[in-house]
Write a protein of this length. Structure first.
Lengths: 588, 344, 341
């Protein structure tokens, strides 16, 4: 990732648990992002460019969620779509540039006047915030509020959902558990506010990528006097262009204009609509129906239309013109668990790689448009350092190389194949379809799979991610998937290839990769300051994991989004993989 | 409706009631005629399936629409009910003619109080307030001998004893002063001791209201008490008709003899056996040719084959006593005197 | 009301409370003991509620906050205490009061469950009661007519449609009718709409008319068949003949005598059906995105959120118990023969 104004710094390294938000790389070839006359509905008109550009103000944008946010409190949310949406009611220190295509990779200042200034070899980061920014109640935003906002997130009991980066990096006093529980504790070793408009972060170890953390909603300013703890989510005090009007948890919420917001202080947000109405927990079929009938503008969850609507949209030419099909930074794959024999033998694992019918895997995930592109390695294309390679070519037709597969089976002592279990999440039809497709593929070389479905909610905590359970139940193959929170090799890989994140008590998404060499390469990459060298290392790690054959890549995900009627300035923000909610407006 | 010469209060002329079924036509009533005056009681006697209940239901018009084919005439006060509109007959029911049934427990609605059901019966035909009707109901209950009527009027059928229940049903039937009362097996479901009370009650009420009464029963003992005239039915036909005196003193049909013989009597020697009538009642779909009784008759051989081929006509043998039998009058009287009467 | 009836009701209500306790204990045990049997630990259970990439430490904190380290009996005891006396939830900067009956805070949203239930109950009640009235009237009328016209085209046709009504899954009919009546014809309201009756009765009815009809279609089929069977039986009873013998007009015979007699089984089933529905018409609410107790139950169960599950289960159990009680009382009102006992 290219960071223009960062001072290179030394990042020595403990293993960070850094999971970054999703982003999408558009490889549709229309990356220029400028206007042109992109006002006629067309398939992918919103990918890589702005569809229906307009400066018109007014209207209420109607949105719906087929679930509900983990929390409206910026300290406590981990959903990518919330990170996108929250920018309407709060301002973090820096933000991704709201622009289509690769332009969104750039971090630009938001609450701060400029990107962070590193010093002390990258252990200290200083931000100066703009003067005169007001909350919805007219009081001014001060540096202390940013500090307080960040400190709140350290109360992992009150706010367990949000990311844990600040806990990892900040040089906090021992045992600090947030302002409620550690009242009065001096935290200046971690965050200082030398004056009302300057925030200084002190880290335990140098870290070059701190601006990414400054991008998080966890840096939204929170006035301590108005903090209502766990109830803050019922009315977050806005520092952005809109404020909460009505909040009914689990049902709906509305935003109206924050009259204290000064457009001059905010070059990033056009703030075109007069407000937003978000309905929660609406059935997917209902959302799709309403999008198509024009009663709804945006499916805010951004996971794409439901399967029924998918076939409708793709089949009908007129509907298809209202659809966008971006690629996002998520890989659907299957873990090959070496704890379960005969996968302890590498050749048996390689046999799986060769025997898989990749087109069938793709079909199971929904085909090329609704599922994604066939993947042959671990990193999605949008991650810097990505290089395409294929260690186990599957023949011209991509249906697998059965000869080679049988070869490797002989080598691992199972010439006639063997029996194996494959786990998947019950609630995900696509995963079950993948399991069935692998059942078919692998049968061709004598490998007989038994399908085992598990509840989604406990999948990692109790079943596949609990090593003892996985082993005793013979879960050698595990249908899996992983999305980066934002595009960076480390954040994408560490949670799924670092053997040290595997917990005996369960919960890890890394079900299969256990290679000390990979762990070492990860540590090396974190410490590497040179961008080019670091990016090469991500690719090398990718190659090593593929060589180990611990992972069977499936598809790089695509989503099928539907553009609501009457929306202006519609484009996919490729850092999040959703429409950019800050830019949307309505035709008047 | 046709007006015919009204000589009698109730006159049934050549009544045929046939039920078409999948197995064939069931001839329940196959040519029945009789007459009845007000203040008089007719007893219709026979086994089950003889057609006695069907007759009474035909008079009341209670056969399900479309199930029965009725031919002949039923004249009530000269008004022919056969072929009359259902609505016309409905208006007569309860008011001009009323019926009481065998099992008062199943014949009354279990969910409504006795009072409620009597009030209902009264208010169908009289435009009065509930209060007035209720008073009338209490009076009726009193009249039929139910103690504490003002209280019991709100009780439910299941709260009455068998005898009291039947009295209540009688009260309900009489609520509108009907000219004709049909009692279908009114005592069959009751204890012997209660039977007599009910029969007494019917007789008293008849005297008071001057109604015509038809009692239907299989039990000759019942009609001995009450009936002025008796009509014996067999397989849908009348086989003997006469006054109670005629029937008991000088019955002339072998079937009637059989009925009398099969009655248990207290004044008979214990060791003497009952005389059952051999055989079973005939199928009403395939009625035997000739005399319908002949397969079971002990004396059919005395007719030289007529019983098997020819249907005996109903013939008057004096004073309105009618028999339908091929035996000569002489033979019948001889048999009665020598063989039957001594055994009774 | 006579004293015997009052004692009867009091006895039944007491039994109901005992039953609710048992139900709550069973739900509690299923929730905690089943994962334990499968080898779960407090941490593995808590990681579900802890966010996407929570560290071990956070998971432990969550497990502690949710009380997973206490023995199951203690946890249950705390919960029961909360129901009667209320609990307080320490939020650090403030202390939240959860007054009795405190069914707990949702593991996931950390909102008091009781308020959610009260909020959602009117939706389910509106749905259930409206549909119930519809299906009772429609089902019984059709059943009576079919019984009277037994064997005719009308009878065969209605019983055929009834069969369809019972066989078609409600989420199918629901989604189809939504697509057709709302999105194609534009006659009815979109899914997810609910206006409280007190706010605007007209809107309230408009929003619910399609779910009512869909739900009623399913049930009226059953009731038509039931009524038809019951009528065929009662119309053969002796007391029908007596009613006619009194000269009663046929329609009164049918309704006042015949239907009244056939009513008891219908009443029993009606009471039970409504009782069950009041606990949540899951499929209908999901198909129409109505935020009632059924929808709540689905989310609670799929989110493994114990306090919500407890709340909804108890609500539903309560309604079923009350429905049973009401049905038993109505039985005595309808059939005097029952009253002696």
């Amino acid at each position: 990732m290219k960071h223009k104004r960062l001072i290179p710094a030394i990042a020595a390294g403990a293993a960070f648990v850094m999971v970054l938000s999703a982003c999408g790389g558009s490889d549709d070839g229309n990356g220029d992002g400028s206007g042109g006359d992109n006002k006629t509905p067309a398939f992918n008109a919103g990918v890589g460019k702005v569809f229906n550009q307009s400066d018109a103000k007014g209207g209420i944008i109607k949105m719906a969620d087929n679930g509900e946010p983990d929390s409206l409190d910026p300290a406590d949310t981990y959903y990518g779509y919330m990170w996108d949406f929250a920018r309407l009611y709060g301002r973090s220190l820096v933000m991704f540039k709201p622009a289509p295509g690769k332009a969104s990779e750039e971090l630009v200042p938001d609450l701060a006047e400029d990107l962070g200034e590193a010093s002390d070899e990258g252990k200290t980061w200083t931000y100066k915030i703009r003067k005169g920014i007001k909350y919805e109640d007219g009081t001014e935003v001060k540096a202390a509020d940013v500090k307080y906002g960040v400190l709140r997130t350290l109360d992992r009991e009150a706010f367990p959902n949000g990311p844990e980066y600040f806990k990892q990096f900040l040089n906090l006093p021992e045992g600090y558990a947030g302002p409620y529980k550690s009242k009065g504790v001096d935290t200046s070793s971690a965050i200082e506010t030398p004056d009302d408009y300057t925030v200084v972060f002190h880290l335990k170890t140098p870290f070059a990528g701190f601006d990414y953390l400054a991008m998080l909603p966890q840096t939204f300013p929170v006035p301590e006097a108005k903090d209502t703890g766990v109830n803050y989510r019922d009315h977050v005090i806005s520092s952005g262009p809109y404020k909460f009007d009505k909040v009914e948890q689990g049902k709906q919420f509305t935003l109206v204009r924050n009259d204290q917001w000064d457009a001059k202080s905010d070059p990033n947000r056009p703030a075109l609509p007069d407000g937003y109405e978000v309905t929660l927990n609406l059935a997917q079929s209902e959302i799709d129906n309403q999008l198509m009938s024009g009663d709804l503008h945006v499916h805010v969850t951004g996971t794409g239309v439901g399967s029924a609507a998918q076939s409708q949209v793709l089949a009908d030419e007129t509907s298809k013109e209202n659809a966008d099909n971006p690629t996002i930074s998520r890989l659907w794959y299957t873990s090959i668990n070496s704890n379960v024999a005969p996968f302890d033998n590498k050749d048996c694992r390689i046999a799986i790689e060769y025997a898989t019918d990749r087109t069938s895997y793709q079909r199971a995930m929904g085909g090329e448009l609704a599922g994604g592109d066939i993947a042959t390695n671990l990193l999605p294309p949008a991650i810097p350092g990505y290089k395409k390679f294929d260690l186990y070519p599957a023949g011209q037709d991509n249906k697998g190389d059965l000869e080679k597969a049988k070869d490797h089976l002989k080598k691992c002592g199972k010439p006639d194949g063997f029996d194996m279990n494959i786990a998947y999440r019950n609630e995900r039809d696509a995963e079950k379809a993948v399991a069935e497709s692998l059942q078919q593929s692998l049968k061709r070389v004598g490998i007989n799979l038994t399908l085992k479905g598990y509840a989604q909610g406990d999948y990692f905590s109790q079943f596949v991610g609990l090593p003892s359970f996985a082993k005793s139940n013979g879960l050698g193959l595990v249908v899996n998937g992983w999305g980066a929170d934002w595009n960076d090799g480390f954040g994408y890989l560490s949670q799924i290839v670092d053997s040290r994140v595997i917990r005996e008590t369960g919960g890890s998404s890394n079900v299969s990769v256990r290679d000390p060499k990979v762990d070492q390469m990860l540590d090396e990459a974190v410490a590497e300051l040179d961008d080019a060298k670091r990016e090469k290392l991500w690719s090398d790690i990718d190659r090593q994991v593929m060589d180990d054959a611990f992972i069977l890549p499936g598809v790089v995900a695509k989503v099928l989004l539907y553009r609501g009627k009457g929306l202006t300035n519609v484009y996919v923000n490729e850092q999040f993989g959703y429409y950019d909610y800050v830019s949307l407006g309505l035709e008047q | 409706m046709t007006e015919s010469t009204a000589e009698h209060f109730l006159e049934v002329r050549d009544l045929h009631v046939h039920f078409p079924t999948d197995d064939g036509v069931v001839k329940s009533v196959d040519g029945l005629s009789f007459a009845l005056e007000k203040g008089k009681t007719l007893g219709i006697v026979g086994e089950s399936g003889s057609g006695k209940s069907v007759t009474s239901l035909s008079i009341m018009g209670l056969h399900k629409e479309g199930t029965a084919r009725i031919d002949g005439e039923i004249l009530l006060n000269g008004d022919n009910l056969v072929g009359a509109s259902r609505e016309h007959v409905r208006q007569l029911r309860g008011k001009n003619m009323a019926m009481i049934f065998q099992d008062p427990l199943s014949a009354m609605h279990p969910y409504y109080s006795i009072g409620n059901q009597i009030i209902e019966a009264y208010r169908i035909h009289h435009q009065v307030s509930k209060g007035v009707a209720r008073k009338h109901a209490i009076d009726l209950l009193d009249r039929v001998g139910i103690p504490n009527p003002a209280h019991r009027v709100d009780d439910y059928p299941h709260q009455f004893s068998g005898g009291m229940r039947q009295r209540a049903m009688i009260a309900m039937a009489l609520s509108c002063d009907p000219e004709l009362l049909i009692a279908d097996e009114p005592t069959t479901a009751l204890d012997v001791t209660v039977q007599a009370q009910i029969l007494d009650l019917i007789r008293d009420l008849q005297g008071e209201f001057n109604s015509a009464v038809i009692i239907i029963t299989h039990d000759l003992g019942v009609v001995a008490e009450l009936a002025d005239d008796i009509l014996v039915m067999y397989a849908g036909r009348c086989i003997e008709y006469g006054t109670a005196d005629d029937i008991f003193r000088e019955p002339q049909h072998p079937y009637t003899w059989g009925l009398l013989g099969s009655m248990p009597r207290l004044d008979r020697e214990r060791s003497e056996r009952l005389l059952p009538i051999k055989g079973t009642p005939p199928s009403l779909i395939n009625v035997p040719p000739g005399c319908s009784f002949h397969p079971r008759c002990s004396f059919g051989h005395l007719n030289g084959g007529a019983s098997e081929t020819e249907r005996p006509a109903l013939r008057d043998v004096g004073n309105g006593h009618q028999i339908a039998c091929h035996l000569s009058a002489a033979d019948r009287l001889r048999l009665w005197d020598t063989e039957i009467k001594p055994k009774l | 009301m006579p004293p015997t009836v009052i004692t009867y009701i009091v006895r039944r209500l007491f039994a109901a409370v005992v039953l609710l306790f048992i139900v709550s204990a069973i739900t509690f045990s299923i929730f905690f003991l089943v994962p334990k049997i499968a080898g779960g630990t407090p941490e593995s259970m808590a990681s579900r509620y802890a966010g996407r990439a929570a560290t071990e430490e956070t998971v432990k904190l969550v497990a502690d906050r949710l009380g997973f380290y206490d023995p199951v009996v203690v946890q249950y005891g705390n919960w029961v205490k909360g129901v009667f006396v209320g609990t307080q939830y320490d939020l650090g900067s403030t202390v939240a009061d959860c007054p009795a009956p405190c069914l707990g805070y949702s593991f996931i949203t950390r909102q008091p469950v009781w308020e959610d239930l009260l909020d959602r109950a009117p939706v389910t009640m509106s749905l259930a009661v409206g549909a119930a009235v519809l299906w009772l009237v429609a089902g019984v009328s059709i059943g009576v007519l079919s019984a009277l016209k037994r064997g005719t085209v009308f009878d065969r046709a209605t019983m055929g449609i009834a069969l369809a009504g019972v066989s078609l899954p409600i989420f199918f009919t629901g989604l189809i009718s939504l697509t057709f009546f709302t999105y194609t014809l534009g006659w009815t309201a979109r899914g997810g709409q609910f206006t409280p009756f007190s706010e605007n009765p007209g809107e309230w009815a408009y929003d619910l008319i399609l779910p009512w009809i869909t739900l009623a279609f399913l049930f009226s089929a059953q009731y038509a068949r039931l009524t038809r069977a019951g009528m065929l039986e009662t119309m053969n009873e002796d007391y029908i003949r007596t009613a006619r013998a009194k000269g009663l007009r046929e329609h009164r015979v049918v309704v006042k005598h015949g239907l009244r007699g056939a009513l008891t089984p219908i009443l029993t089933i009606f009471g039970l059906d409504v009782g069950l529905l009041l606990g949540g018409a899951i499929l209908t609410e999901t198909a129409f995105s109505l935020k009632g107790l059924g929808d709540y139950a689905v989310r609670a169960i799929s989110g493994n959120d114990l306090p919500k599950v407890m709340g909804v289960v108890l609500f539903a159990a309560f309604f079923v118990v009350i429905a049973n009680l009401v049905v038993d009382l109505l039985y005595a009102v309808v059939d005097p023969r029952v009253r002696k006992s």
